[in-house]
Design a protein around this ligand. Structure first.
Ligand SMILES: *Cc1c(COP(=O)(O)O)cnc(C)c1O
Length: 402
């Protein structure tokens, strides 16, 4: 919304790391009359979604679909499997990990919280080390975020599974994929995850308001002896009704229409192509940031996030003021910063239904805004992104390796 104008012109550049821009196809799919949620047409839709979503989590086990945001699915994973005073192991990768830990405390669990400086993902070696020290096997679950959205750091889930096994520890393994699912490789079954938590409004390109628990056999077994209080979140009622295509309560019918469409769109593009596209857009963004001479919040390349890049501003420059300035001047939204880093960085989301033109548009706006806001930086970030994206079209294999 330009300062000089009374109306926003053109499209808003929604570059927060979720909710992400809604594809028109999803909007159209949701724009239908309400159907009877106990009727045959609904059962067909529900079964289509309950089967289809398994292909996104890469599982043959059931996926529970909640009418709730991702935070609800966090709670569902904990209350279905654990008991009061159970110890859980969590890693302080950033703001979202901290929120999940606080929730665990409020529910009467006892989290061990492995510290980081918020600039890396979860380190498998640190998890293995911690589990080895738990001689009496008191820790009942290891809880990790695949992608820490607040800092732009990805954690190696397959390696963390190996670390848990190497420690010979029986703890359950819970993974939050809210900002990584349908944007980067994820395999619930193959990676031996017990509960995978997902959300609708990020890689799945849907509005907020739907979330998921993908549940392993081991997690179902744990649910039998779990003592935490639950009602709305209980898996058993839900699964009994899902078997016949229904829900124990009124489901979010329009969201399911959208989900059915988004799953179809992901398979039309091909999941591997979806992942490669996110990798390209992320790498182009990082190249722009480096060319500007600014620092990427994630300080080790092996943890780089394919879906969001946090950019530190030089000391003495307020990132929140910069975000407000860019919004007023160029109609773009970035993600904010948290904790000790409040006001120190802004985040560029590059996930969901985003293409080369959209990300280079966002980077061009950012370069203009940096100049106008008087943030010390070098020119040429956009050019560096374009050079990489051109090379990526010429040689996709090389781009994927970079
Ligand atoms: C967005 C997000 C959440 C919170 O999800 P809500 O839908 O806002 O409740 C949790 N974890 C991660 C990693 C996220 O990106």
């Amino acid at each position: 919304m330009s300062k000089n104008s009374s109306r926003p012109v053109g499209r808003h550049f929604l570059h927060i790391p979720g909710p992400t821009p809604l594809p028109d196809r999803v909007l159209r799919a949701m724009d239908t009359p309400i159907i009877d949620h106990r009727g045959p047409e609904f059962a067909k839709l529900a079964k289509n979604c309950l089967e289809g979503i398994k292909t996104i989590f890469k599982t043959t086990n059931p996926v529970v679909i909640y009418t709730a945001t991702g935070t609800g699915a966090w709670e569902a994973a904990l209350v279905n499997t654990l008991s009061p005073d159970d110890r859980v192991l969590m890693v302080e990768t950033g703001q979202f990990a901290t929120l999940w830990k606080t929730m665990a405390q409020k529910l009467g669990l006892r989290p061990d919280f492995i510290k980081t400086d918020w600039r890396i993902g979860a380190d498998p070696a640190a998890i293995e080390d911690h589990l080895r020290k738990d001689k009496n096997k008191e820790i009942k679950a290891v809880c990790v975020l695949h992608n820490e959205t607040s800092t732009g750091c990805l954690s190696p889930i397959a390696q963390i599974r190996k670390a848990i096994d190497a420690a010979g520890h029986p703890a359950l393994f819970f993974v939050d994929t809210i900002s990584s699912l349908a944007s980067t490789d994820y395999r619930h079954d193959e990676w031996g995850v017990d509960v995978t938590i997902g959300g609708a409004q990020k890689g799945l390109m849907l509005p907020p308001g739907m979330s998921f628990n993908t549940v392993s056999d081991k997690a179902f077994a744990a649910a039998k002896s779990s003592q935490l209080t639950k009602s709305f979140w209980a898996w058993d009622d839900m699964l009994a009704m899902n078997k016949i295509g229904f829900f124990p309560y009124t489901p979010a019918t329009q969201m399911l229409h959208g989900l059915s469409e988004s799953i179809a769109m992901l398979h039309e593009e091909g999941l591997e192509n979806v992942f490669a596209r996110h990798h390209r857009l992320a790498e182009a963004t990082r190249r722009a940031v480096r060319a500007w001479g600014l620092e990427i919040m994630c300080r080790e390349a092996k943890y780089y996030s394919p879906t969001v890049t946090a950019v530190l501003l030089p000391d003495g420059h307020d990132a929140d003021a910069f975000r407000n300035f860019a919004l007023d001047t160029f109609n773009i939204s970035y993600g904010s910063s948290f904790g000790h880093y409040a006001g120190k960085y802004f985040r560029i989301g590059h996930l969901g239904d985003v293409n080369e033109g959209m990300i280079t548009g966002a980077l061009a706006i950012t370069e203009m805004a940096l100049a106008l806001a008087g943030i010390p930086h070098k020119k040429g970030g956009v050019q560096a992104a374009l050079d990489y994206l051109i090379a990526a079209q010429e040689s996709p294999a090389r781009a994927a390796a970079e």
